[in-house]
Design a protein around this ligand. Structure first.
Ligand code: ACO
Length: 427
């Protein structure tokens, strides 16, 4: 591989350094492009632009590889648990037994959410979408935790991580309790993180609540699979907002909003809504495949395609297996699943989908599992947000520790050139 890339512009030759990542990803370093040539790059959707160097996640969309800090997603989902993976993603190494115990204990220091936050939650209508409520409540946490994190101090940073892990989980489950009109639950510091998620969500004061290990295991696995995914839309948002030195809660609140959209995390809800629509319309999967292929029809097959995976999403493989296990164990017989299976089978052999490398993504199966676990559709994207939290934290932390500059892309202006103000009567 040559060490520089040559650009010829207006008869002049410019050399730009080549940067090669630890997995041999090749990047042309154009940091000095505008200063040297006066030109900028144009790359809508950033399909070809690396916004940073990162040590957190390696993803190869062509080969279907996903690794957190060098560990494969298959290895982690088979052997680890969500809290351990969170530690790995955020701090870079698998924790020792003591580090993990301390991490759990330190998170517990922050699991009480200020009671005044309940007043803010009360202000939302019951039918408000949980993602909108979650974004607002996360932002509201800044009011109750105004101390600016000193990013130079490891201790300050560590405390901020634990605080965010503790409080975010609680408010995320509050968004569900609100929609149901249930009393809000408190975190139980004698129990684990995922156990707490389940109790915060589902335990009622009127009856005992037993945690089903099959369900808990599936949720833990789903959280691991969602924990980090390099520079996707919500993570880039977290980094971008944080690059102005906005705090961690403010940056994560923006990340939640970015995740909400149906082209990103909101796809898991959209998948289920699509399957229900197909069922209500007679269950004809073929009809909807044809709609997805019709360029005059805006309909897209939700849960298919991915910006970077042009092969099977490795997370989808693991979730599909977990979904099969959970459904078999719980004895779920859901007609929606038959439609999902049919769509999947047909799309995988269809020339339209094959030629565009459109495979089922993680959201195609996660929605199916969440439904089987009794999690309401509107909460699906909140589940994604809980899982993605360590990734957002890790990326924010990396960006601040590396002292990255404020993110400020350029544009190519294509509007009107200079014109004179026209008086009202002349318009
Ligand atoms: N159904 C039908 N056609 C599709 C689909 C789909 N789900 N996805 C892409 N295509 C087609 C496009 O129409 C386009 O066709 P063309 O080349 O004939 O014009 C081609 O495939 C390429 O599509 P793009 O939109 O250019 O691909 P891009 O990488 O920009 O989009 C995206 C990726 C947004 C995920 C897209 O595949 C999509 O909308 N999928 C459905 C939503 C979804 O499942 N999102 C979840 C993503 S995973 C996540 O966020 C965790």
């Amino acid at each position: 591989m040559s060490k520089t890339a040559i650009l010829e512009l207006d008869g002049k030759r410019y050399e730009f350094p080549i940067f090669v990542g630890s997995e041999n990803e090749v990047a042309i370093d154009v940091e000095k492009l505008r200063a040297l040539t006066g030109a900028i790059t144009l790359d809508p959707g950033f399909k070809n632009s690396g916004s940073c160097k990162s040590e957190i996640t390696y993803l190869d969309g062509e080969e279907g590889i996903l690794r957190y800090r060098g560990y494969s997603i298959e290895d982690l989902s088979a052997n680890s648990n969500f809290l351990e993976v969170s530690y790995l993603v955020i701090f870079g190494e698998l924790p020792t037994a003591k580090q993990l115990k301390d991490f759990e204990t330190d998170i517990r220091k922050y699991t009480l959410v200020n009671e005044e936050m309940k007043g803010i939650l009360d202000g939302f209508p019951k039918h408000a979408h949980p993602m909108g409520v979650l974004s607002s409540l996360t932002s509201a946490l800044t009011a109750f935790n105004p101390k600016v994190v000193n990013v130079e101090s490891e201790k300050d940073m560590y405390d901020a991580v634990c605080k965010t892990m503790g409080k975010f989980l609680v408010i995320a489950t509050w968004t569900y309790r609100k929609t149901k009109g249930y009393p809000l639950n408190y975190y139980d510091n004698t129990k684990g993180y995922v156990d707490n998620f389940m109790r915060l969500m589902f335990e009622l004061p009127t009856e005992p609540y037993e945690i089903d290990p099959v369900i808990k295991n599936a949720i833990d696995k789903l959280f691991i699979l969602h924990a980090e995914h390099e520079q996707n839309c919500s993570t880039s948002t977290v980094r971008m907002v944080g690059s102005s030195h906005a705090g961690l809660f403010a940056s994560i609140s923006a990340g939640v909003s970015a995740l909400w959209g149906p082209l990103h995390g909101g796809a898991n809800q959209a998948v289920l809504e699509m399957l229900e629509e197909i069922q209500n319309d007679g269950g004809d999967a073929e009809k909807y495949l044809d709609k997805a292929k019709d360029k005059n029809d805006p309909f897209r097959l939700m849960g298919f395609g991915h910006r970077v995976y042009k092969n099977f999403d490795p997370r989808a493989r693991i979730i599909k297996k977990a979904a099969d296990e959970v459904l078999a164990k719980l004895g779920v017989d859901d007609p929606i699943l038959a439609i999902a299976k049919k769509l999947e089978e047909r799309a995988l052999e269809d020339e339209y989908f094959k030629s565009r490398s459109l495979y089922p993504n993680v959201d195609f199966y996660s929605g199916i599992i969440y439904r089987a676990l009794g999690i309401p559709t509107e909460m699906f994207t909140v589940m994604f947000a809980i899982g993605r939290l360590p990734g957002w934290i890790a990326q924010w932390k990396e960006m601040r520790v590396n002292k990255e500059p404020i993110a400020r892309p350029r544009q190519v202006y294509v509007g009107e050139t200079l014109r004179s103000y026209k008086k009202m009567d002349d318009r």
